[in-house]
Design a protein around this ligand. Sequence first.
Ligand code: BTN
Length: 274
Amino acid sequence: MTEPTFGALVGEVRRRRRESFDDGSALPASALNLAVLRRVDSTNDLARRIRRELAVDDITVSASAMLAFEQTAGRGRQGRRWLSPPGRGVYATLVTRLAAEERLPVLPLAVGAALADAIDPHLLRPCLLKWPNDLVVGGRKVGGVLVESAVREGSPPDLIVGFGVNWGQRREELPVAEATSLLLEGAKVTLPELAWELVQAVAAELARDEPRAITVERWLARSVHRTGDRLVCRQPGEGKELVGRFLGLTPQGLLRLEVDGREEVLLTAEVGDA
Ligand code: BTN
């Protein structure tokens, strides 16, 4: 696979966008303002800054996507870093309001499921989900989702939906042994093609009006966890570790765990196999 360049990323995304206007398909991603950036600290942080600046003049941010070739301070969940070297992954953030606000609690799961559906056709083995929204191939993490919301009094929250997918890292370029990239998993897709497909998939997901129960079912269909699996769940801040059996998810997408014969419901945690 040839090394992707920033120019190729810009060119391909523009071409795909134009085509979707020309053929009348009016894809959800085509309706977004779209910026492709050579280098940024973090697309989520950029989205927050833009939103904050506009708010000074009481201007709301219109639906937008930011796609970066490189991030210098990419952020992961729970304060971790997200390594984002140039031309090695898809680093993107969409800012929008939800078409159906009641979907808010399951949104991180929905975005994970949409990304897994979009990645899957490029792979020989399935792209699965580890709760809440790690994208996993062959037991190794290939991507993740960072949803943040910015509340404004009297109006629905602006959602900042960031995602990162490892595309072309070689084994030695990955931060941990439990990570992988799509090229390592045999995918043939180019970075610009993948970037457009993923932005498109997430834009379509955010425009969707789907009952929460269906989103939870879609997520469960791609879950790495099976009912009865023993999981170890580390809860942030508390340093508390819970070991129990996976019981499924609540209708809001929270994790149900059986611990010593009683059910615990977890809002957030780092989940691993026990
Ligand atoms: C995770 O920890 O699994 C979530 C990773 C999310 C990374 C993406 S890359 C684009 C966006 N900008 C960031 O700084 N983080 C998210």
